[in-house]
Write a protein that binds this ligand. Sequence first.
Ligand code: BGC
Length: 767
Amino acid sequence: MFPKNFVWGVASSAYQIEGREENDGAGECIWDEFCREGRVYEGQNAFVSCDHMHRYREDFALMRLLGIRHYRFSISWSRLIPEGTGAVNEKGIALYRDMIREMKKNGITPYITMYHWELPQALQKQGGWLNEASIQWFAEYARVVAENFSDLCEYFITFNEPQCFIGLGNLTGVHAPGLKMSYKDTFQMVHNMLRAHGTAVKVLRANAKQEIKIGYAPTCGVAYPVSEKPEDIEAARKVYFGFNNPMDNWTWNVSWFSDPVLFGKYPEEGLKKFADYLPEMTPEDMELISQPLDFIGQNIYNGYAVRAGESGEVEYVEREPGAARTAVQWPVTPKCLYWGVKFLYERYKTPIYITENGMSCHDMVSADGRVHDRNRIDFLDAYLGELSKACEEGVDVRGYFLWTFLDNFEWEKGYNERFGLVHVDFTTQKRIVKDSAYWYQNVIETNGGCLSMNQLKGEIIFLNPVFTHNIWGGTRLREDFHYPVEGDDIGECWGIAAHPNGDCTVKGGTFDGRRLSELWKEEPQLFGNVDMDRFPLLIKIIDAKADLSIQVHPNDAYAKVNENGSLGKTECWYILDCDEDAALVIGHNAKTKEELADMIHQGRWSEFIREIPVKKGDFLQIDPGTVHAIKGGILILETQQNSDITYRVYDYDRLSNGKPRELHVEKSIDVITVPAKSVEDSVIDTMNVPKDELYTLYECEFYKVFQLEVEKKAVFEQKYPFMLMSVLEGDGLLNGQLVKKGDHLILPAGMGSVEVQGKLKAICSAI
Ligand code: BGC
């Protein structure tokens, strides 16, 4: 869960949304020049972009309507001070003041970022961040910001992602100003930027009109451990704060940009590695850079897994083929949010805000006029789940700003990437709130309570059956059902069982390989948290090639006393197949207990045994105390209490391994019900059971049994603590997954609506 008062917000930047107007008085920034040079996708520019400068009233109304109460946005330096230093543009000040007032009217708390990559072009002409004067330029800008906005705003962030505007802007040249400078120059620029940061913190504080809070918002991909093993965690920590990137990408690191700010020194590993390129760094510089901060911001979008190799060296783990990526090709790695904040907090011990996180999707307006961006919801849901785990473990995360509210100008990629919660048509400026925005509203309202990690998971649990070999068993379980089991005496397939004599394992998915009995104990939410000491049911397919012995079962009370606390056994059979003239043993012909004992003691079996004819599809309930026996040639699906207690009354005088099998004559006489239930009451004919619905065949105190025969499509609610299903014929799609003859599965609690299409027959049960 997230702490109370957790800040849920959205983030944006001025250049990406505002747009311009002929007489707005703003100066140009490096991105205007970059666009003009045609270096943006399809020659696009941000002259109009989202036209937010004219539409912020509606945009903030949308935010309010969506329950968004915190907004991180940036101020354009050249809109405020057109030449970067000197004369201030009053129109710019008025615009931002009005914007902030409008936010507040809508109940939105502003968080100002001073620098989101828009250096005034006039300053770039003087060398930009390479010029040490940039420290003073930025200080002057900070003073204008403090003087004009600190009465309205309490939260300030100096720089956004210096790794990018120095690395991408000045080392690789992908971003404005599009330069490829020497390593030495880029180190100088970082040192200047860090000093500008420290100076701005001082200037903001000195000129603020109220007590303000100041932070910084760097970024970097997160190295996270592939497992929870301490050595893998250590490897990830080392990489996250280390310097493994090649020189031509050297700015992608955390500690060069954050250690000086928070510790007042550059990291040793970097000082060694970069020794040849470093500028002069004085103790006074370091003191200036490390002005106390109220929080650190970190923009986190993705990460990469690492582990400790055999001899302790760091290894990068390759991503699985086909692993998920966003539209902009960034890997989807939710764990980065957990490990990112964990490692940062461990190292810097300063409250953290995630100042950006989000995803670009291939969004489009659907025929219904809405934008159904399910991918974004899934992405955010997984990432926020990880963030909440970190919060639960005590990491001091104060807030989360989703990138971003409006689809916008995505830097060199122009309008080709959509990161917004709100779709923008860049021709008409029409806004359409995407599904993810409504979803985020719910996240905010429930403080994360609605995230999937806090919900029951509707994952279908498939099981690996367990098999038994019996003297009366056959080969149909292998031949008809294709179960991988050898032998010609396969009597039983325990399809869903959590019994000590046969405990199924989970096949695939989240719980792969776990035993059903363990799952019952360790993941009770899957089973609706029912208060029972063991999994209550057992589902078998029985292939009787020869007759089974004549048997009877005790009830719970008798088994508890006489069978070591075991459950008794109530069961029922569904006849899957049999010969045309098949018969079964159900009940007996004794009228009194004395007659019963005599018939048994004297072996008057033909008088005692009551056989009844059965056919395919018949359903028989076998209460405890009912004498019963399956005859050879019959294939049944049995639903029963989770017990393996059977009293054998008579075994047709057969030998197994040269000896007769044990009989339980006295216990049988104890428990047999006299007289037996009538034949009519014992069999239910399922011939005319309706198709394409979940039809209840039988209910008793231990179970409900349903038949599901799908011809086309059946839809039902899984409203029981859990539901068991054994597919006996055909195949179909169950909520998007293939289910086929021989599959045994559990539909867990919280599964909700179940849709099955195809052609299949299944027997289901619940408690
Ligand atoms: C930047 C944003 C950008 C986002 C998506 C972040 O690095 O701060 O301005 O739009 O990533 O690329």
